[in-house]
Design a protein around this ligand. Structure first.
Ligand SMILES: *Cc1c(COP(=O)(O)O)cnc(C)c1O
Length: 427
């Protein structure tokens, strides 16, 4: 049989039950695992044998789901984390430590921006934020001798910009560091960043992968193509002995395909403990089983709603890379030829109060701090997430007072459009 197609992987990847075993992945709701001898368990502690001993480090349910996500992204190994925030923190902290520097696209999720610019900065890691539209020369100029990674989002939340993954990968590799791509909005159904040169992929599985607003979670996937030993001096954490594991050298013992995830599990999950609960991993897997079907509908709805809004006289502008004339239309056609996602942003003509009134009058779309869910939801940053800012400060942050982030669910597009139309009529 040829290599499985992605739809089949969504449904069946990661778990292959043997004769008489459960068809659905079992939820191993156990914190710990039993051994006959201390010696047998000791081998696990030394990473000499693989197996389970404590769920903070690994759990079989999580591993089935991680294996499915690795297969979907075309990676060699993956791990689940308790949230998307934990995934991005682990992915970066696994290669960058105090005294290091990271180059990141400036258009990233607000939570990730805080994590980088405030919290990780306090840990002694410095970030340079570059425009996603930076030229090769501008990107080059952002690197320092202590740069350890480059970071970006395939489709940025909420800017809706599309990352030129090949350009960012080229710059990262020229400087001997990996490219980490947060692929939350595109999902592997619409883009597989590893195929375009990304080395590490992260997800907030809370969004489309779960897709039903049921479980917060994250994932990290290793593409297995980054040669840590070729840049030995840059990545001592992977290429020199780990004293907390009797001097194991991850890149030697686990090779290019396994070193990154093994180190992140053995050190970061051990010490920071942001494991996803097996119950949540089970919910996540239910979401993954229909990801390919849902993404198609999210994109169809996104396209129809974006086209409706773009043609409406009360709408100032719409950002959606599927719209001809959008700043990211060409990059969207290259990296996301089958559709991008269901999230778009737009600004109304008028005032902040008009935008608030519009939002209140929506009946199908709900006001939520969430995106990428089966149910349509929307957010007015100026009156919620960014409400402490003045109009001048909003402008500096690139958020117009009437900007609305609208996340198309998988309902009927005509209902979404009629809902928007009646709410626009009221302003
Ligand atoms: C939501 C989100 C995150 C954070 O994920 P949580 O699961 O909420 O911790 C990270 N990146 C992107 C692109 C997101 O949309």
């Amino acid at each position: 049989m040829s290599k499985k197609r992605i739809e089949t992987t969504c449904v069946q990847g990661g778990y292959a039950p043997k004769n008489g075993e459960p068809r659905q992945i079992p939820i191993i709701q156990s914190t710990t695992f039993k051994y006959d001898t201390g010696v047998a368990m000791g081998k696990l502690f030394d990473l000499e044998a693989s197996g389970y001993f404590y769920t903070r480090l690994q759990n079989p349910t999580n591993d089935y789901v991680a294996a499915k996500i690795a297969e979907l992204e075309g990676g060699t190994a993956a791990m689940l984390t308790s949230s998307g925030q934990a995934a991005n923190f682990f992915a970066v902290f696994n290669v960058a430590t105090c005294g290091d520097h990271v180059v990141s696209s400036a258009t990233i999720y607000g939570g990730t921006f805080n994590l980088f610019a405030v919290t990780m900065k306090k840990m002694g890691i410095d970030f340079t934020f570059v425009s996603p539209d930076a030229t090769e020369e501008e990107l080059d100029a952002a690197f320092k001798p202590n740069t350890k990674a480059v970071f970006g989002e395939t489709i940025a939340n909420p800017a809706c910009s599309v990352l030129d993954i090949e350009k960012f990968a080229k710059a990262a590799h020229k400087h001997g560091v990996p490219l980490i791509v947060d692929n939350t909005f595109a999902t592997p159904i619409n883009c597989r960043p590893i195929e375009w040169g990304a080395d590490i992929v992260t997800h907030s599985t809370t969004k489309y992968m779960d897709g039903h607003g049921a479980a917060v979670g994250g994932a990290i996937i290793d593409g297995g193509k980054f040669d840590w030993m070729a840049h030995k001096e840059k990545f001592p954490g992977l290429t020199t002995p780990d004293d907390s594991y009797h001097g194991i050298v991850y890149a030697e013992r686990f090779g290019m395909g396994g070193a990154f995830i093994t180190k992140a599990t053995a050190q970061l999950m051990r010490d920071f403990g942001s494991i996803q609960s097996p119950q949540n991993a089970f919910y996540l897997n239910l979401g993954l089983e229909s990801l390919h079907l849902r993404m198609k509908r999210h994109c169809e709805n996104g396209q129809k709603v974006a086209e409706f809004l773009a043609a409406h006289e009360k709408v100032e502008w719409v950002r959606y890379c599927g719209l001809k004339g959008d700043k990211y239309y060409e990059l969207g056609q290259k990296y996301l030829p089958n559709g991008s996602c269901g999230v778009l942003s737009f600004a109304l003509k008028g005032t902040k109060a008009d935008a608030e009134k519009f939002m209140c009058n929506l009946k199908v779309a709900a006001i939520e701090t969430h995106v990428a869910d089966a149910r349509t939801c929307c957010l007015h940053p100026a009156s919620t997430t960014h409400r402490q800012l003045t109009d001048t400060q909003l402008a500096e942050a690139g958020i117009s007072p009437t900007l609305i982030r609208y996340s198309c669910g998988i309902e009927n597009a005509d209902d979404l459009i009629e809902d928007i139309a009646q709410a626009l009529d009221k302003i």
